[in-house]
Design a binder for this molecule. Sequence first.
Ligand code: NAI
Length: 803
Amino acid sequence: MAEPMSDLVERYRRMDYGPAPESTAAAEAWLDRHERRFGHYIAGRFVPPAGGAWFTSYNPAHRTPLAEIAAGDAADVEQAVSAADEALPAWQALGGHGRARHLYALARLVQKHSRLLAVVETLDNGKPIRETRDIDVPLVARHFYHHAGWAGLCGECFPGRVPWGVCGQIIPWNFPLLMLAWKIAPALAAGNTVVLKPAEYTSLSALLFAELAGQAGLPPGVLNLVTGDGQTGELIVDHPRIAKIAFTGSTEVGKRIRRRLAGSGKGLTLELGGKSPFIVFDDADLDGAVEGLVDAIWFNQGQVCCAGSRLLMHEGIAERLIAKVKARMGKLRVGEPLDKCIDIGAIVDPVQTRRIADLVARGVAEGATLWQPDCALPAAGEFYPPTLLTEVSPAHTVVREEIFGPVLVAMTFRTVHEAIELANNTPYGLAASVWSEDLNRALEVAPALQAGVVWLNSTNLFDAAAGFGGYRESGFGREGGREGMLAYLKPAWQARLRPAPPSPPPHEAGGAGPAAAGIVAIDRTAKHYIAGRQVRPDGGNSLTIRDRAGRLAGEVALGNYKDIRNAVEAAAAATGWRRSSAHQRAQVLYFLAENLDARRTEFAARLARLTARDTAGGEREVDAALERLFRFAGWADKFDGRVHSPPLRGVTLAMNEPVGILGIVCPDEAPLLAFITLCAAALALGNRLVVVPSERCPLPATDFYQVIETSDLPAGALNIVTGQRAELGLVLARHAAVEALWYHGPAEECAAIEREAADNMKRTWTSGGLAFDWFDPEQTAGEDLLNRAVEVKNIWIPYGDQV
Ligand code: NAI
């Protein structure tokens, strides 16, 4: 007899999830085959650690040991670097198509072994199998497919660029296999070989991958793994034969690595932490936003660099939204990561669980209100419940610091303006999520957010074709897409650069003034150029400038930190330049060229006396400067971004945004041409500048004030402070509001600049003491320079499914 309807409903209500465990048999068999002990993977085979030291990798869900892992020391790193070095010529000789076939094989291999890789990852890391199976591993495969394409297209798409050589790569534990793919796929596609160190908590999936790759025919030495902790990482960073370091991990370690590499000339990309905003406007689809929030902060237990960990809610909907969030949190299932019905798995290690608990306790002590659903946690293992902290303000520790756990902090805003201000009120700049059904509003807010990635009505979307990476304390460089490939290639002409000859003693400092200098009639002292006006130096001192023959040529203001501060303030106020259209910027540059051309003879004569051999030399430099102004005016409205088509209904806009306030310290060579080249490229793309002209020969730049004054360049877009390069450069490097610094000077000064900029994570480009040929457009006026003048922001725009 049929059951009465009421009984059926009652049975349905009482229905619970049964366990749906994923089998670990294949993973256990793999571990057993290796007798649960793994050496480093060097030159295509497992090698025991030279020093005989091992450490244990645990399953965090049960705190049970999984395997012994080799602890790398200097001898191990040496062996791995040698293997990578030896493999380099043959790997490069394979050519793009040859490498493409290998990368394609790696993609197929990931797909073929996807279940095993997913299970090993979940065992070692504690993340839910649902995520490793459906997100991590498919993204890994996609990354290799995408980069198989780049390998084949490399020569065509990146002409004149060559691989760095042996790359050292250090990855974190939150996405062990995915981070391995993000690192090695572009490196290998570009023709580099690799020494990679997985994080000490999670080495297993990397070891499994390397073994499978070896079996699939990846040549020995192309991919080497050295396992170990931070000390092993430091050995990789310091190794002299490693040409480039790529690091993902904490901001603190990122800064340390940057300091160590200062002045080394090694390439560096850093993908660091974040405290990303998740902004919900009052016109958002609230249920959609709540589901987004689950993916933003409870995905991978919140151990995600781009986790949407700061919920910013329009005040009018805050109460409703919080009620919905709490209801949803109550439905999240925390527990055995291998269970396919689990939403939140284990925290990677007790150290991290303690860190999360400590930060939450601190939040509560500072006045936050804590809410956690009444959810059962497993008795053993590393678990932390989904957590919501309200009644917080921007000053709270939990709002400022990356918690790296399943903890959401929530605040309200009243206006669009306030939302943007709150969102940007963080030293980080990795990602942001914007929820609004009003396209106009969402597309207005996205460019205003200081973040490398912005998701509209979505969150945590990733694709190999779209670059990922941050601004400010979230690091620099992009992974994925074209920008990601560029990070593993360097211009071939760089190898031709030679050390710049030492400059002759440039001047006498100290403000004795023209009268004391006597003998020759000299011009009046050139001032600084700040906020569209010529201004006296704060200290009232000047520098005496000499010409090529050592004769007095003029005097310029001797700048100090206050002059730089004033110039930065002027640049910060000149927001109109950033907002101006590319067409307008081009017009201004053309007009500057026109006005310089009108004074061509005068500038040429000045250069002939100061630096060039003769008038013809002076004319050549002025003509080249004119050509540069035209060139970058031309680029202003052509150096556009791109539209990517990731595998979803929607598009990703890769927008080239100006870096912001840019400091430029000019070289002594070609004092007019270098000054114009650097300024014109940066201005063309909307940056606002604080420029220190050539220390030895600043007069062509100070003469240029009059050209600027007769043009339409808005006040504050270009500020010029004359004086001593090393001193002013360091002030710029330390200044928190200066977003990037280009520095041309002797090697030791460049190293000091890079060290100084490590603390505030400013982007720097230094000459490393090398002399550029400013007349060679390939070196100084090509895409390299333009790339340095922009940040690429990827804005993800998914759209509907009606048509
Ligand atoms: P970490 O930054 O110390 O570790 C990341 C990787 O760097 C690991 O492979 C580690 O062995 C290596 N490493 C550590 N010190 C090094 C050094 N001096 N030189 C070279 N390599 C070094 O991160 P950790 O300690 O595991 O986590 C601490 C906090 O960092 C987390 O709570 C989280 O806030 C943040 N974090 C952020 C990540 C992100 O993707 N943004 C990833 C991992 C951690």
